[in-house]
Design a protein. Structure first.
Length: 262
């Protein structure tokens, strides 16, 4: 790394272990533990995204990657993660946006939707339409109602409206997570728990569309591994980590999305 690093410390959402992330300016592509983002391999998508780097696995990369994608950072940053999992931080991507913004890097969206198509992965559905700007729309079902979140590629809008959306879990899943030793040492202000007709949260008041905005955040972060989010219109119904990675892989294979030429 070169230049002064910005350091973010905390605990991992799933492991509960102490973790430390250093971000610094560098020459060339964005790297994670010495591995270029384009060379990372996705190895697990159960409740989070885990990637394989040259120096081992790193869990829960999606919020950090969402901040990079939302701001439009494609080069000039070296990221080092100690502890095996990216810290939960604020439960969204706002803290990562602040850290990245303090460094200052080049923005350039290299991926584009080049032909329209629809990809279905299980119960999830992703549609891609050629457009001249980024337009992402996500639909999720929460407590029997469909909530929608949209983002049109503006970095400041991402920082102000999408990045603060917190991680959420359904009350029916909390006991199962705890029994597996997951989600320990979580700051209550960083997570929203949704029950039947009731929402449990601390700190900032809950908004009905917050789960949809967080799912959009996750989609943006997961698509970053493929050079996204792409210029074009992407609409996702019931997106999830595994489904998004499968859909982006299929979209590249089918020529629906492609990297822009320099």
């Amino acid at each position: 790394m070169s230049g002064e690093a910005i350091v973010v410390e905390g605990r991992g959402l799933h492991s509960g272990a102490a973790a430390r992330v250093s971000l610094a300016r560098c020459d060339g592509a964005v790297t994670l533990n010495g591995t270029p983002i384009a060379a990372l391999r996705v190895v697990d998508t159960e409740r989070e995204t885990t990637v394989e780097t040259a120096r081992g696995r790193v869990r829960t990369v999606e919020h950090l990657f969402a901040a990079l994608a939302g701001i439009g950072v494609r080069e000039g940053m070296a990221i080092e993660v100690e502890g095996g999992e990216v810290p939960l931080a604020d439960g969204g991507a706002a803290k990562w946006c602040d850290a990245i913004g303090a460094i200052g890097v080049t923005r350039a969206p290299p991926l584009r939707v080049v032909k329209s198509g629809v990809i279905e992965i299980g119960r999830s559905r992703y549609s891609f339409v050629v457009e001249v700007e980024i337009e992402i729309e996500v639909e999720v079902e929460v407590d029997g109602e469909v909530e929608v979140a949209r983002w049109r590629g503006d970095a400041e809008d991402f920082r102000a409206r999408i990045a603060p959306a917190r991680t959420f879990a359904f009350a029916r899943d909390v006991d199962a997570l705890a029994s597996r030793g997951l989600a320990s040492h979580v700051d209550p202000e960083s997570v929203v728990v949704i029950g039947d007709g009731v929402v449990h949260c601390a700190g900032r008041p809950f908004a009905k569309d917050e789960p949809a905005r967080h799912k959009l955040l996750d989609l943006v972060g997961d698509s970053y591994l493929y050079g996204g989010p792409p210029i074009g219109r992407v609409r996702a119904f019931r997106p999830g980590h595994g489904a998004t990675h499968a859909a982006m892989t299929r979209a590249r294979e089918l020529g629906i999305v492609a990297r822009q030429r320099a």
